[in-house]
Design a protein around this ligand. Structure first.
Ligand code: GLN
Length: 291
């Protein structure tokens, strides 16, 4: 960087040039989101605040962040937080970065949840492999009558999810439990949600470096055929679900038929399905077959 005192605008321009040179996919957005995030200014405020001088220690922080991004660390990992369904969520080493496609699972489950409330229920939700708590917390935020349990095998994730619940004013309705799936969990729920690991083991290390090197493997690797988590959930879901309950799942783009088969074999019927923004199968909702 040359001459004049750096401003948000000059830092963004510098970051953008260096991201372009490094061949990153979306240098302009990355530069804007990263620098605005570190300087704590909204991108829409750049017009007013973009030329103010930036303090030297903040410039050093931006420099460090640019280097990390060039090494493929995702922008929101560097910032340590991201927005999901209108909530501000912290990320940590043990949490998958919530994806926009996962908001579709919230969209699909929410009307069902609100319908339970109109029937006089106070729905009890469990989020298996909760990570940042994204799915459960978004549902709680939209449905004040519900409470949720977030289960994860990562203590780091549970700490992060608890902090996220508190930061978003949802702490009194969100609890966490350590454990694989339902192992430590005797109770029944009205809603089971999960975005489990679903990438095939032989594919997982070949994912783009932003995912393979920075999202936790335990949140991605779904075993030899990518379906292990669904088998575990299906095997126990019936014993942990009320008769009027529902299971909402995120799935991999090519897993629809296999996951339907697994859940039909475990006593469920497919109630609803939804594609993601790329047109891929992404969300399935199952109800228990009451026969
Ligand atoms: N959707 C994630 C990805 O982009 C995978 C998440 C998962 O396995 N649940 O790789």
């Amino acid at each position: 960087m040359s001459g004049a005192v750096p401003s948000a605008r000059s830092l963004i321009a510098d970051a953008r040039r260096r991201f372009e040179a490094a061949g990153l996919g979306d240098p302009a957005t990355d530069a804007r989101v990263l620098v605005c995030g570190l300087l704590d200014i909204r991108p829409t405020a750049l017009l007013l605040e973009g030329d103010r001088p930036v303090a030297p220690d903040t410039v050093a922080q931006v420099e460090d962040a640019i280097t990390r991004r060039i090494r493929h660390e995702p922008v929101h990992r560097i910032l340590g937080r991201r927005e999901f369904y209108g909530l501000d969520l912290a990320l940590s080493a043990g949490t998958l970065e919530p994806r926009p496609d996962t908001e579709i699972l919230v969209d699909v489950i929410l009307p069902q949840l609100l319908d339970m409330v109109t029937k006089g229920l106070k729905p009890h939700i469990v989020d298996l492999g909760t990570g940042t708590g994204a799915i459960a917390l978004a549902l709680l935020h939209e449905c004040p009558q519900a409470d949720a349990l977030g289960i994860d095998i990562s203590e780091d994730a549970l700490r992060t999810a608890t902090g996220n619940a508190e930061r978003n004013g949802l702490g009194s309705r969100f609890a966490t439990r350590l454990g694989p799936w339902f192992d430590q969990t005797p109770e029944r729920f009205d809603i089971i949600v999960s975005n489990p690991p679903y990438i095939r083991s032989d594919v997982v290390t070949g994912l783009e470096p932003e995912v393979a090197n920075f999202d936790p493997m335990a949140a991605l690797d779904g075993g030899p055929d990518g379906l292990e988590a669904y088998r575990c959930i299906a095997a126990e879901a019936r014993d942990h679900l009320e008769d009027h309950g529902l299971v909402g799942l995120e799935i991999g783009f090519d897993q629809r038929d296999d996951v339907v088969q697994i859940f039909e074999g475990a006593g469920f019927s497919l109630l609803e399905e939804r594609r993601d923004y790329g047109g891929n199968d992404r969300v399935l909702v199952f109800a228990p077959r009451l026969d």
